[in-house]
Design a protein around this ligand. Structure first.
Ligand code: BG6
Length: 513
């Protein structure tokens, strides 16, 4: 008798909810900004809707505007309209709005923190939050050292057996190695490393977390996840948007600082790391850091061959004419800031020696797509030599992060008919089809983990510093040699020609173009 396994059925993701976090108050510095209204409060509402936040919970927004609790509630209420469908939603919405408070104050003034202490004690009592607090720094980077120092001075970071204190720091974490190190030192003066949560919102994306599941929960991938079978890896984070209203920040930062040492390196480490001994924060992050430390250092002279920069000129996107970067709001008319970067990196390890990792990211590219494409080595042509097949198929495994989250595997298959012809086919897995759940804001998982005290998906101090060290020669070389050819790609294209040449010279090409 033969037995067959049943075909797996789509899984209802809502059946796999975690446990609720413990009592606490989240304090959001910079609460009147975009991040709080667009991402943080909706993410907290989604967590509450999933039953992951207890009744003993409240949120305190802190910012300079002279608002009342009611003003703050009204400000964020709009972002909760229609965030989630379902009959329970109005209840969740009013539950959360009833737990929102606001404190107006100058982040530099000691007096703000004295009032904060009184306000928190009051809220802790009213909501039974137990004195445990998450301080979320959704502020300008200039406050990342100042606010924790003030919190420390005001006695707001003290812990005991009953209550914990944690600080979430948004990006950008420094603007180079020296400033990141200085910030780490300053935070370490107030907090233990286990209390610091350096956020990288890419790690909140389901598919990013799924890289670990794909690699380590399946026996089929790991044996071929190495230099013997993989030709090269491409990591692309392409955006069709320009800099919108963020010109002031972006014109200082540029594409390299904005995306590479954080988001792209997180993807790189998850793809390239060795299996951790467990999934705890220490073990996973130890392996990630090992990857970063194994990246072959770039030399100043080598930068021209391995790092490509670009800036968009005017062009056409989705049928609309769009402005050049230099005409964007708050951007200098002669700006030399790169809006595109492509890098070729090598990881000097037993597993990856000789396998190039190509990374690229840019604004105003042809379309929005973030993906990791793994190109496997070709099968020998020998078997097909006597047939009409002159090119065996490329095998790609593509982990797509956005816009649709999923995984695809492409391979060659025989085209039906009397002659032997190969066709290129794709096996696709789409998250939403399978798990019936739309991606949320991406902040749910990160806020949930921070409230639980799990730092696995946050950057550790050594990760941040090592990442900046890798890109330091590129920053230095580019600072010393201002680009003469900017703008060098039209909006709506895939970046400068030099980015294609980076691969073409080794007989390769970008997968997505
Ligand atoms: C941010 C960058 O960290 O990530 C932005 O500062 C970029 O410039 C954004 O647009 C991309 O995030 P996502 O989730 O849209 O890919």
């Amino acid at each position: 008798m033969t037995s067959t396994s049943p075909c797996p059925k789509p899984i209802d993701a809502s059946a796999f909810r975690g446990r609720p976090v413990g009592p606490c108050v989240i304090v959001i510095f910079g609460a009147t900004g975009d991040l709080a209204a667009r991402k943080l409060i909706p993410a907290l509402a989604n967590l509450a809707g999933d039953g992951l936040v207890p009744d003993e919970f409240a949120v305190l927004g802190v910012a300079t505007r002279p608002w009342t609790d009611e003003d703050f509630r009204q400000h964020v209420a709009g972002s909760l309209d229609g965030s989630q469908a379902g009959t329970a939603w109005p209840k969740v919405r009013s539950w959360l709005l009833g737990r929102l408070y606001y404190l107006s104050g100058d982040f530099h003034a000691d007096e703000t923190y004295r009032r904060l202490k009184v306000r928190l004690e009051e809220m802790d009592r009213r909501h039974g939050a137990g004195g445990s607090h998450v301080y979320y720094l959704a502020t300008a980077p200039g406050f990342f050292a100042e606010v924790p120092a003030q919190l420390g001075r005001a006695g707001l970071l003290e812990e005991d057996d009953q209550r914990w204190q944690r600080v979430i720091v948004e990006k950008p974490f420094g603007s180079d190695w020296a400033s990141a190190r200085q910030l780490n030192r300053s935070l370490a003066g107030q907090l233990q490393e286990r209390q610091i949560y350096r956020i990288d919102h890419y790690l909140g994306k389901e598919t990013v977390q799924n890289i670990l599941a794909l690699r380590f929960a399946n026996g089929i991938f790991e044996p071929i996840w190495r230099r013997e079978y993989i030709d090269h890896v491409q990591i692309t984070a392409a955006e069709s948007l320009g800099v919108e209203e963020r010109g002031r920040y972006y014109d200082q930062a540029g594409a390299l600082r904005d995306m590479v040492p954080n988001h792209l390196f997180q993807l790189l480490t998850l793809v390239a790391m060795e299996p951790p001994s467990s999934f705890d924060a220490q073990a996973v992050r130890d392996e990630q850091v090992k990857v970063l430390k194994a990246v072959r250092p770039l030399s100043l002279e080598g930068v021209a061959q391995t790092a490509i920069r670009g800036q968009y000129g005017e062009g056409v996107l989705d049928g609309q004419r769009v402005l050049p970067y230099r005409a964007e709001n708050h951007v200098a008319p002669q700006s030399r800031t790169p809006t595109f970067v492509a890098l070729e990196l090598e990881i000097e390890s037993w597993r990856w020696s000789g396998v190039p990792f190509y990374l690229r990211t840019g604004k105003r590219l042809a379309r929005r797509v973030t993906e990791i494409a793994i190109r496997f080595k070709q099968a020998p042509l020998a078997l097909f030599r006597a047939t009409s097949v002159d090119h065996v198929s490329d095998n790609w495994l593509v982990l797509r992060l956005q816009p649709e989250e999923g995984i695809s595997l492409s391979f060659g298959a025989k085209v039906p008919g009397p002659s032997l012809r190969l066709g290129h086919v794709n096996m696709e897995f789409c998250y939403e089809d399978y798990f019936g759940r739309k991606p949320q804001t991406g902040y749910e998982r990160l806020l949930y983990d921070a409230m639980l005290g799990d730092a696995t998906l946050f950057q550790r101090s050594d990760m941040v510093e090592t990442s900046w060290k890798i890109v330091a020669p590129v920053l230095e070389a580019w600072d010393a040699d201002s680009p003469a050819d900017f703008p060098n790609y039209a909006a709506g294209t895939w970046g400068p020609a030099a980015a294609d040449e980076l691969l073409v010279r080794h007989g390769r090409a970008w997968k997505t173009c």
